[in-house]
Ligand binder design. Sequence first.
Ligand code: HEM
Ligand SMILES: *[C@@H]1O[C@H](CO)[C@@H](O)[C@H](O)[C@H]1NC(C)=O
Ligand SMILES: *[C@@H]1O[C@H](CO)[C@@H](O)[C@H](O)[C@H]1NC(C)=O
Ligand SMILES: *[C@@H]1O[C@H](CO)[C@@H](O)[C@H](O)[C@H]1NC(C)=O
Ligand SMILES: *[C@@H]1O[C@H](CO)[C@@H](O)[C@H](O)[C@H]1NC(C)=O
Ligand SMILES: *[C@@H]1O[C@H](CO)[C@@H](O)[C@H](O)[C@H]1NC(C)=O
Length: 496
Amino acid sequence: MISFSVVIAAIAAVVVFWFFQTSKTRQYKRIPGPTGIPILGNILQLGKQMHVQFNKWSNQYGDIYEVKLGTQRTVIISNPKWIKEIFATDPIFSGRMRIESFEMYPNESMSLGIVSSEGEFWETHRHFLLKQLRTFGFGKSCMEQLVLEEVQEVIERFKKTEGKPINDLKTVFILAVINSLWTILTSKRFNHDDPKLHTLVANLNKVLFDLAERGGMLIFMPWVGHLMPEWSGYNKIRKVIEDNKSFFEEAVNEHKENFQEDNIKDFIDVFLNETNKTTDSSSPFYGERAEHQLVATLGDMFGAGTDTTSTTLSWGILYITKFAGVQDKLQQEIKTVTENSRNVSLNDRPSMPYTTALIDEILRYSSITPGGVQHRATEDKEFKGYLIEKDTWIFPNLHHLHHNPAIWGDPETFRPERFLTEDGKFKKNENLIPFQIGRRQCVGESLARNTIFLFLANIFRSFTISFDPSAPEPSLDPVGLILTPQPFSVVMKERS
Ligand code: HEM
Ligand SMILES: *[C@@H]1O[C@H](CO)[C@@H](O)[C@H](O)[C@H]1NC(C)=O
Ligand SMILES: *[C@@H]1O[C@H](CO)[C@@H](O)[C@H](O)[C@H]1NC(C)=O
Ligand SMILES: *[C@@H]1O[C@H](CO)[C@@H](O)[C@H](O)[C@H]1NC(C)=O
Ligand SMILES: *[C@@H]1O[C@H](CO)[C@@H](O)[C@H](O)[C@H]1NC(C)=O
Ligand SMILES: *[C@@H]1O[C@H](CO)[C@@H](O)[C@H](O)[C@H]1NC(C)=O
């Protein structure tokens, strides 16, 4: 008797669900996309370089298409106007997914930090962070001095190896970028030989390459991590996260011990200064959670800022050395502005249109985050006549946008001049959005742009760079989840 009514109830539920589903979708256009298989979805179709397949589908399906990453419903948007619209306007499209296994505090009731937090909590914190970063360095002259000191250290290092092949540029840049970020956030600096610093760098490299090798499986199918923690790399990643966490916790504890309200030195101090003032339990500064929030934020800034900036610098060196005429024009402009007798500074940028255009071309050509960073729809919501269901991931296909012939004409040619007017002035192009756009746009954009400018201009002020003649010609094909150059070897020649 019981089982009979259960069956009836189940059938009724299925009918109601089916009716609800079809009536819900009937009024919307169907989102096109490739057919996948159960559980894995379209993952087996992705290949080693996911962005290549995503671009093929963008060409095939156009403005919007849907794939399944594992069981995760995902839409990819390729139309530039739609990308701007969907991320700029509606907070419903500005959520993030939660992946506990990558978090420092998986036991908290929600994602902490800035990259994966959501809602009002995220909005309040992001607002505070942007304000403080303007005060403590991002876009300010004290930041410039910090970065120039790192540049100087890199230049000294290159001088020591002058004439000999250098094949670890990426590591050199990571050290320098981590250090300037660390100084801005904590007002301390590492020595480049500090073993602690090297552990952080090694951790970063290990995690990213392990992830790329398993095709981002832990992101798309988190349950694999719990079923096969060793094989899937889950245990390794947990260990690195715990290592990192204790590193940042130490910095926070040190600041707490020495905290003086009348001597606020850096970002950690200013955050601590906010913590005892609120009774609002939803605030990022509330109670014991505030300290976790601070540590998670520090982790996020490093996670989001170091590999991206140093990878872009590596591409910069590769392109400038590879493409005929670029290095000459860059050095010509540096000479006109500084007579090669002083450091290039941020104040020189307005009179350096070629260098400014060159950096935009490096960002466009490399498009290191090819699908940007995905957002999550927090509710069912219509967009352009399509239904974007709750919990769908939304990717902007930035690589496709930046290499679309309809927009750029000759996208596969490396040509900084595309960002210059005929009389040589810098010309911004609205379709270049390497930092994404809208409500969650990269908070480190100005720091990244300043860092890249100061590094490239001052390195090429000091050296002429060529490829190591004893090594094979470097490849332009990227590897990794963040598109990274394959290792290459250069020779520096000091300029007189
Ligand atoms: C060339 C260098 C960089 C590139 C290409 C880059 C790119 C991006 C992209 C595509 C996003 C996603 C935006 C979105 O979800 O809508 C992002 C977010 C973010 N970036 Fe960057 N970034 C760079 C450097 C930095 C630096 C130097 C920092 C910090 C010091 C940083 C901190 C962040 C943070 C915290 C977020 C999350 C913002 C949020 O969710 O509210 N990034 N970045
Ligand atoms: C989270 O809670 C579980 C179970 O109580 C515990 O085993 C684990 O160590 C906790 N994780 C962290 C990072 O605190
Ligand atoms: C916050 O309050 C605690 C305990 O009341 C105190 O020990 C700590 O110094 C305060 N922190 C700051 C940053 O004022
Ligand atoms: C620290 O907190 C005090 C008290 O709320 C405030 O007056 C002061 O402006 C804060 N300092 C900074 C640097 O934010
Ligand atoms: C560990 O720290 C490094 C350097 O601060 C950071 O870039 C990296 O993303 C962190 N790794 C994880 C898994 O949090
Ligand atoms: C450039 O700046 C660095 C750091 O402030 C300084 O050590 C170096 O002497 C400067 N170089 C020149 C050529 O002025």
